[in-house]
Design a protein. Structure first.
Length: 349
């Protein structure tokens, strides 16, 4: 009986071992494909990641490899004016410095070249509006016609915004606001065509024979003048208290609807205590380069400065500083009383 029991037990153990072996084999068979699938999934994920990273790297490389579009040459560059060498190493291809009291030319460089003048145009715009004695409190609404279609420039004065003529004049002269300047010309008695005709007539009356205007903002490269003509304009405009005050204002706020907009002067020199500026105007379009006209008192002399077609955003201000330092370096002498146009040559640097 015991032998039979152990015999049966051996048989059952064999069957149990056999079953356990089958189960183990079955588990292994299931585990291997599962591991393979997991590995394949991880490999796929890594592949996707690598491809994604590769695409990102390629995108970055492509972005870095994009060709740099050369800046559009100015009219002065096309004319070869930047090849002129001057003793002060100015960045402007055109410059003129005149003593306002004696009319003595202290410095000149391509002063007769006729070039686009950008927003220097607004100085004539302001002069006409001021001389017309139009009501400064009259409300003027910005319209679609005031939107820049020449250069596509932006403005914080939205269509429908209403400001007074005095506010528009302030923004045009101080911050070079294009829509403000256009609205001033458009609202002139007779409209914009009459205003542009008046701009050209006023230029001729002042003896600015190299000057022409086609619109009141300066966005068009067809608004052109020479440094000598602009010196004449600055000299005359300086006699207008309104233009002196507004063009040298450091900042101004206007209420437009429910918002109050803060505007600042485009010429940072007006905030510089080292400068005594009586009138100024900046300008820039790609065809004109950086431009600046000023009346300023330097070393006791009232000077008119004109800088056109300057290279670099701050170069026009740098040129003004160079001229200022040069004038200050000249030994103090009694200003000459003659009106000679002889050039006082600066020292060679």
């Amino acid at each position: 009986m015991c032998i039979a029991f152990f015999a049966n037990l051996g048989y059952d153990l064999k069957r149990l071992i056999l079953n356990l072996g089958l189960l183990a084999a079955l588990g292994l068979a299931c585990w291997i494909p599962a591991q393979a699938a997991t590995k394949q999934s991880n490999t796929a994920k890594q592949s996707v990641y690598k491809k994604s990273a590769g695409k990102s790297q390629v995108t970055r490389k492509r972005a870095l490899a994009r060709p740099v579009i050369a800046e559009k040459p100015t009219f002065g560059q096309l004319a070869g004016l930047h090849g002129a060498v001057d003793a002060l190493a100015l960045k402007s291809s055109v410059a003129l410095v005149v003593d306002q009291d004696t009319h003595e030319v202290l410095f000149k460089k391509n002063e007769l070249a006729v070039l686009p003048i950008a927003s220097i145009t607004k100085l004539m715009t302001g002069l006409l509006v001021s001389e017309a004695k139009l009501p400064m409190d009259e409300a003027i609404t910005i319209t679609q016609s005031d939107v820049d279609t020449e250069k596509g420039s932006s403005s914080r004065l939205k269509v429908g915004a209403t400001l007074s003529r005095g506010e528009l004049l302030h923004l045009a002269l101080m911050s070079s606001e294009n829509r403000a300047a256009h609205a001033l010309g458009r609202s002139y008695p007779g409209g914009l065509p009459v205003f542009v005709d008046a701009m050209n007539s006023r230029a001729r009356a002042l003896g600015m024979l190299d000057t022409s205007y086609v619109e009141p903002t300066g966005l068009s490269s067809r608004n052109q003048s020479s440094a000598r003509d602009l010196a004449t304009l600055v000299n005359f405009a300086h006699g207008d208290p309104t233009l002196r005050e507004l063009s040298t204002s450091t900042g101004y706020q206007v209420a437009v609807g429910s918002k109050t907009l803060q505007y600042n002067n485009t010429n940072r020199l007006v905030k510089n205590p080292a400068w005594e500026i009586g009138l100024q105007k900046t300008g820039y379009i790609s065809e004109a380069g950086q431009c600046l006209v000023m009346q300023a008192k330097v070393a006791g002399r009232k000077l008119i400065m004109v800088f056109l077609d300057s290279k670099g955003k701050l170069s026009r201000l740098g040129d003004a500083e160079r001229v200022k330092h040069w004038v200050e370096s000249i030994a103090p002498v009694t200003p000459p009383v003659s009106t000679s146009l002889a050039v006082t040559k600066p020292p060679v640097s």
